[in-house]
Design a binder for this molecule. Structure first.
Ligand code: UDP
Length: 457
């Protein structure tokens, strides 16, 4: 029987690249041939110089016209349009070349909110599947919003004191909803809601849509089964390991942070990162900085370096004190940091990858969500998994230093609440590893998906 060949179209953002790489690695382990197709800007984020690409894995890049990456302030509509136009062409070329080489493409997997791929797949009579890189809970919320619960959800958005019980989901207030549903983001980023709608519409029109979700059963048992007509397949947690041939991070690891972590006491360090996209205002950065200083604990803070050489930390008034108490790095191998014994808490924007990585590492979280799914992820962390707390903004929409300090104290301060959170974090860590072990739910569900494609592997 011929080898199963999956073409994986990956959108060029870090939070999507990381689970895509891991999905590919798992498929290759099962004997599947995988080609990751992405734009040039993603390639330098993915490969180490001179690294050998694992067997069975092909990396193919096309220019989406934004070879240095899409930057805030550029025309998003134009970017998405070009990504689609040039991406469709690249898929067509790859399908043709693969046919000629004797490795016909058996399935097109695409990362979420690029539903145009389904149409391309139809054109070649190839099945498609979406790789959903946010929680199943988010999939469900958008499904409910675009179907029977639009008015009910709008009602709680207009009345922040009320809440809604959607089938299979925790009780939600407007505070817990994805930001694209709530002003001001719903007005400012209307493209965001539209992209989720297009994705839902395309899946609804499919007879047997395949939805591969980067989650695992223990953390979202009901959300995975909440919508009868959709079969959500939990193929996570997809965590990029630090020894990977694909680095999945931006910089070489030569920043000395492991040595710095080695010098700290067990569970004493607050690790701080707001992911690869979110930008905090100068005033908000000051509040975080002072909150950290006032908590009197060592911290390691990722402040992304900009390409023009500008450093975020140079905006801060207390840079010298920060340097005395903690370590600032432009990027790190986050999974490696979270699994270091010195790290006791993660002050996080609650991106989905970061949330899964804290689960897998058993590190409690101080959640400081910024946008998109992060509010809902913070809700899961605090109220469902009970392994963290969420900090809240004041009337001026600012999470002030006292609130940051309070959040860190709740997680690190040694009270009953901390014991409960650490106990839960340990439990989730064990369950995550159970899902990832050989023959665990990740393997079983992924294998069932591949078997369903009806090709050898
Ligand atoms: N990350 C990393 N090093 C850093 C900061 C982030 O490797 O210094 C990785 C992190 O491990 C995660 C990804 O970047 O896998 C960020 O994804 P997430 O979904 O958490 O947030 P996003 O960047 O999409 O907002």
């Amino acid at each position: 029987m011929e080898v199963c060949h999956i073409l994986l179209l990956t959108f060029p953002t870090q939070g999507v690249i990381n689970p895509s790489i891991q999905l590919a690695k798992n498929l290759i382990r099962m004997g599947v041939k995988v080609t990751i197709l992405t734009s040039l800007s993603a390639i330098h984020r993915m490969t180490k110089p001179n690294s050998t690409i694992p067997k069975g894995f092909t990396l193919s890049a096309f220019s989406d016209g934004y070879d240095d990456g899409f930057k805030e302030g550029q025309n998003r509509e134009h970017f998405l349009c070009e990504f689609k136009k040039r991406g469709s062409k690249a898929i067509a070329e790859l399908i043709k070349a693969s046919d000629e080489e004797g490795y016909p493409v058996n399935c097109l997997v695409y990362t979420m909110n690029q539903p145009w791929v389904v149409e391309v797949a139809h054109g070649y009579r190839i099945p498609s599947a979406v790789l959903w890189t946010q929680p199943a809970t988010i999939f469900d919320i958008f499904h409910y919003y675009f179907n029977d619960y639009s008015d009910a959800i709008r009602k709680i958005v207009n009345d922040p004191s009320s809440s809604i019980q959607l089938p299979g989901l925790p009780l939600l207030t407007s505070h817990d909803l994805p930001s694209f549903l709530v002003p001001p983001h719903s007005d400012k980023y209307s493209w965001g809601l539209l992209s989720f709608k297009e994705q839902q519409d395309v899946l609804s029109a499919e007879a047997n849509p395949i939805i591969l979700v980067n989650t695992f059963d223990a953390i979202e048992p009901e959300a995975l089964r909440a919508i009868e007509k959709f079969n959500l397949i939990a193929i996570g947690p997809l965590i990029v390991s630090s020894d990977a041939s694909f680095r999945g991070d931006l910089f070489q690891r030569s920043l000395g942070y492991v040595e710095w972590l080695n010098s700290k006491a067990e569970s004493s360090v607050v690790y701080v990162s707001f992911g690869s996209i979110a930008v905090l205002s100068k005033q908000q950065m000051e509040e975080v900085a002072h909150g950290l200083l006032e908590s009197h604990r060592p911290f390691m803070w990722v402040m992304r370096a900009k390409e023009n050489g500008e450093r975020e930390e140079d905006k801060l008034s207390c840079l010298e004190e920060l340097g005395q108490e903690g370590l600032i790095v432009p990027w790190c191998s986050q999974v490696e940091v979270l699994s270091h014994p010195s790290v006791g808490c993660f002050l996080s924007h609650c991106g989905w990858n970061s949330s899964l990585e804290s689960l897998v590492s058993g590190v409690p979280v101080v959640g400081f969500p910024q946008l998109i799914d992060q509010m809902t992820n913070a809700k899961l962390i605090q109220d469902v998994w009970k392994m963290g707390v969420r900090v809240l903004a004041n009337e001026e929409e600012m999470v002030d230093r006292e609130e940051i300090r309070r959040g860190i104290e709740m997680v690190m301060g040694g009270g009953e609440r901390e014991r409960e959170m650490r106990g839960n974090a340990k439990k989730w860590k064990e369950l995550a590893w159970e899902a990832m072990k050989d023959g665990g739910s990740l393997d079983m569900n992924l294998k069932a998906f591949v078997d369903g494609l009806g090709h050898g592997h």
